[in-house]
Ligand binder design. Sequence first.
Ligand SMILES: [Zn+2]
Length: 96
Amino acid sequence: MTDYIVICVDRSGEDGGHNHIYQALVRPVTGGTGRLLPVKDIRREIKLGVHHFYSADPLGNRVPVKRYKCDCGRKTIRTRPDDINDDNLSRKGPCT
Ligand SMILES: [Zn+2]
C-alpha cells in the first residue's frame, strides 16, 4: 500500500465551464518518482482501497482525495466540497 500526494492536476475545459479534473500527477508521500495518472485510474485505486491519495493545502494539511460524480454526470475526483470550488485540490496548478 502506498500513500500518494497530488502534485498538480489537469482540467478539461469542455464541460459547460465545470473544468473537471481529468488527470493528476501523484507522488508517493515518502518521495520518489511522480506518476501522471488518468482520473479513471485514480478513482479505481481509491475504490480498491489499496492506495490512498491525499492533497495538501498551502499550510501542509493533508485531506483525502475522494471519488466524486458531478451533478452533470461526469465522474471525477475532489477534496471538499466539490472538485470545482474548494481550497485544496482546486488550487493545484496544471501539470501540462
Ligand atoms: Zn460537472
